[in-house]
Design a binder for this molecule. Structure first.
Ligand code: FAD
Length: 429
């Protein structure tokens, strides 16, 4: 969803933005996406809320609401064990609908070049950056923001550059570590994704498709929620094998599979879940990869954001939200009156200091959520201690509540303060 990252800069007309996109057009793969109140506040600040509110069935609110039902389902008879209440709505969308809104709001003066896949970049000490594309073309710029996803070419060049610098000063172990951090790693999780027309599902079972439900079992969870103003149901079935985390995934990361594969892996589950899966036509299977946490997202006048910087497991529904937070803080710093081309590295360094620890923590929380959704809580045997299942619900709520109980405001204040302090100290030098 590339455009989400460029909107934040649109408030600053003196920044000349050119977007290079590898695809033929902006497009979105995948099905549903959820937006938490913390991110909604940023989207509202960017003026996207009205259009985004129009394309979701649930109206945005900051009031307390019922957000998910957690249900134990890996058995012949399932049962609800927890109602997750949140302060504010978890808004659910069909990804292409969101993309359409974002494209509509892209400032017309931005230059966008499609079918331009970046291969690598080099930069001189004076801050001039040369961009090398697979089609053989070369462009130049004086600030490069790599928002190019989990397989980021900018990340690759940036880490190679950092490694070269480390090696040149004898820090060989660090150089080696940097190079090893380029490739994403497999989490041991595969996610089956699919969409079902709501009519088909309601005809099939007497349930409540307007609800968000997480069907949970040992190391597996299936999230089900309506999107597209209720006309479609989004399904995500996550299967975790933690012992495989860090091993190479064999085969393509995303592939279409037969419905039978999905049915087979839930063969012992309750009929309600089976009925939902029966309604699926074409599931796809995604090998969930994450990126290695880094010690810096900056090299000279180059930085990274979103999945390029911190691809995370999707179990906090926060990867895109974190990309939006990155973009907002970065744009605030770049657009600040004290930032000029000569001191741009200062803005990048503050962005890095503010955002990296937050995104790294969210990535860790996502893995914790994944374990809890798979009913793994030390000391609790989910099959035997059923009366203790609500403890798992409480642990999930505790781990997730930052998404509705905090805002980005403090980070924005800190970032601006750091920038202003740095410039005051410089003035006295
Ligand atoms: C199953 C699943 C469910 C998820 N659910 C949620 C959710 O509910 N909420 C949430 O917030 N997040 C969710 N996420 C995470 C979210 O999808 C990602 O974190 C988000 O899409 C990352 O955005 P990005 O812009 O950084 O990268 P991407 O969306 O990957 O965009 C990268 C862009 O860069 C382009 N590109 C790539 N390489 C190059 C190159 N070399 N040159 C030029 N262009 C290039 C691509 O074509 C693409 O347009 C989920 C992820 C998964 C897998």
């Amino acid at each position: 969803m590339a455009p989400k990252k460029f909107m934040a800069l649109s408030k600053y007309p003196d920044i000349d933005v050119t977007i290079y996109e590898a695809a033929k057009e902006f497009s979105e793969v995948g099905a549903g996406i959820g937006v938490w109140p913390r991110v909604w506040k940023i989207l509202a600040h960017l003026g996207l809320d009205e259009d985004l509110a129009r394309i979701t069935a649930v109206k945005p609110s900051y009031n307390e609401c019922d957000t998910f039902i957690f249900r134990k389902s890996d058995q012949p008879e399932g049962h609800d064990f927890y109602k997750l209440q949140t302060q504010g709505t978890f808004l659910r969308y069909h990804r292409p609908d969101v993309l359409e809104v974002l494209i509509k709001h892209l400032p017309p003066h931005y230059k966008t070049h499609f079918s331009r896949r970046l291969n690598s970049y080099t930069q001189t000490s004076s801050g001039n950056i040369e961009l090398f594309f697979y089609d053989g073309t070369v462009e130049t710029c004086n600030l490069l923001i790599g928002a190019d996803g989990i397989k980021s070419a900018v990340r690759r060049s940036l880490l190679s550059e950092q490694a070269k610098k480390a090696a040149s000063t004898g820090r060989l172990k660090e150089a080696d570590q940097l190079l090893r951090s380029i490739e994403p790693k497999w989490t041991g999780i595969v996610a089956y994704r699919a969409l079902i027309p709501t009519d088909r599902l309601t005809a099939y079972r007497d349930a409540h498709p307007e609800q968000n439900i997480r069907y949970m079992g040992q190391n597996v969870n299936v999230v089900v929620y309506p999107i597209s103003s209720g006309s479609l149901i989004n399904i995500g079935a996550f299967h975790a094998r933690e012992e495989l985390a860090g091993t190479p995934f064999q085969g393509p990361w995303v592939t279409n599979v037969e419905k039978d594969e999905l049915l087979a892996v839930h063969a012992d589950w309750e009929p309600e879940l089976q009925a939902i899966l029966q309604c699926i036509d074409k599931p796809s299977r995604w090998a969930v990869h994450t990126s290695h946490p880094l010690r810096s997202w900056v090299s000279g006048n180059v930085t990274i954001l979103g999945d390029a910087a911190h691809a995370m497991s999707p179990q906090q529904a926060s990867g895109a939200g974190q990309a939006i937070e990155d973009a907002f803080i970065l744009a605030t710093l770049l657009g600040h009156r004290l930032t000029r081309l000569e001191n741009i590295n200062q803005a990048l360094s503050i962005y890095d200091n503010i955002r990296r620890p937050v995104a790294t923590e969210v990535a860790e929380r996502s893995l914790v959520n994944g374990r809890l959704f798979g009913l793994q809580l030390p000391g609790v045997d989910a099959d035997k201690d059923t009366e203790r299942l609500p403890e798992i619900g409480d642990a999930i709520k505790e781990n997730w509540k930052w998404t509705w109980s905090t805002t980005l405001d403090a980070s924005i204040r800190d970032a601006v303060q750091m920038l202003e302090n740095a410039n005051i100290s410089r003035a006295y030098l």
